[in-house]
Design a protein around this ligand. Structure first.
Ligand code: C2E
Ligand code: MG
Ligand code: MG
Ligand code: MG
Length: 279
């Protein structure tokens, strides 16, 4: 019986592998045309300041509406876009969309920054600063309303070159934050050299905030950030209890399903109407 079961499991396993591989091949092929066929769209997730009880920004997150497979999440297609180099035109599009959106919110009275995620590959072109400058010019967005999210893993190679490019961008007035902080190749020793304005605590810290050891690490990160004049924002905040515990440790800016899921622009306008009434 065990033998039969083993055989069955083997079959199921190879079938699943097949499905995954076929899907990846389909995504790889179709991703090349996704941009020109307008299959990408942006969603925006609110950032909330618990102390002032006010909306304090949005993060722009990309979605792919695949004609056959439906909505595909970035975790699945960003690695493919990075491999194929498509990440560069894609990010150019994302930056323009996000900046245009933020500019239009500004005209409605909401002037808070929008953040955009960057991939390491953008720094390889050595034209990132120029790209940012062009996008800001084209959309007429004030530079201090744009924030770029980078990750620790970008500093694996070529630290000095990335720091040089970031300095140029930050000198334009654009904010930089370190995303998923605490999970990558630890960059603690570099935090006083990398030009950043904020740390985004990885979701693992929020999810495990009940564990005393994780809480100790979060507390230490917050104290360190204060000394380095860095803001701290926690991601993936889903429950009141997460917020209370983060507040106890001194973190007051949060992002997560508790205050709002990532939403399309129509929904965001509705959300902002409701929220700005209280503001
Ligand atoms: P990230 O920058 O760390 O973004 C946060 C992710 O957490 C988002 O997933 C968001 O939907 C999800 N999230 C937010 N609040 C909660 C919560 O309360 N609970 C849970 N369980 N999840 C929450 P998403 O949109 O699937 O994006 C995944 C990652 O893909 C992002 O992680 C970012 O690294 C990358 N990404 C997204 N958009 C872009 C883009 O335009 N360019 C690049 N290069 N990367 C992007
Ligand atoms: Mg991010
Ligand atoms: Mg993050
Ligand atoms: Mg994350």
């Amino acid at each position: 019986k065990a033998k039969g079961l083993g055989k069955n499991q083997y079959c199921v396993y190879t079938d699943e592998m097949g499905i995954k591989e076929v899907r990846k091949m389909e995504l790889e092929k179709d991703l090349q045309h996704a941009l020109e066929q307008n299959q990408f769209y942006m969603v925006y997730q609110p950032k909330w300041n618990v102390k002032t009880d006010k909306l304090c920004g949005f993060e722009a997150l990309i979605r792919w509406n695949h004609p056959r497979l439906g909505i595909v999440l970035p975790g699945e297609f960003i690695p493919i876009a990075e491999e194929t180099g498509l990440i560069i035109p894609m990010t150019t599009w994302v930056l323009e969309e996000a900046c245009r959106q933020c500019k239009s919110w500004g005209t409605k009275g909401f002037t808070q920054p929008i953040s955009v995620n960057l991939s390491a590959r953008l720094f390889e072109t050595d034209q990132l600063a120029e790209l940012i400058l062009n996008v800001l010019g084209k959309t007429c967005l004030e530079p201090n309303l744009l924030e770029l999210e980078i990750t620790e893993s970008m500093f694996f190679n070529d630290i000095n070159d990335i720091i040089r490019q970031l300095e140029i961008i930050r000198n334009m007035g654009v904010r930089i934050s370190m995303d998923d902080f605490g999970t990558g190749y630890s960059s603690i020793g570099l935090l006083d050299r990398i030009p950043i304005d904020a740390l985004k605590l990885d979701r693992l810290f929020t999810v495990d905030i009940d564990h005393p050891s994780k809480r100790a690490i979060v507390h230490a990160i917050i104290l360190m950030a204060e000394k380095l004049h860095l803001d701290v924002i926690a991601e993936s905040v889903e429950q009141q209890d997460h917020i209370d515990k983060l507040n106890e440790l001194g973190c007051y800016v949060v992002q997560g399903f508790f205050y709002g899921k990532p939403m399309r622009d129509e929904k965001i306008s509705q959300y902002m109407k409701e929220v700005l009434q209280f503001a």
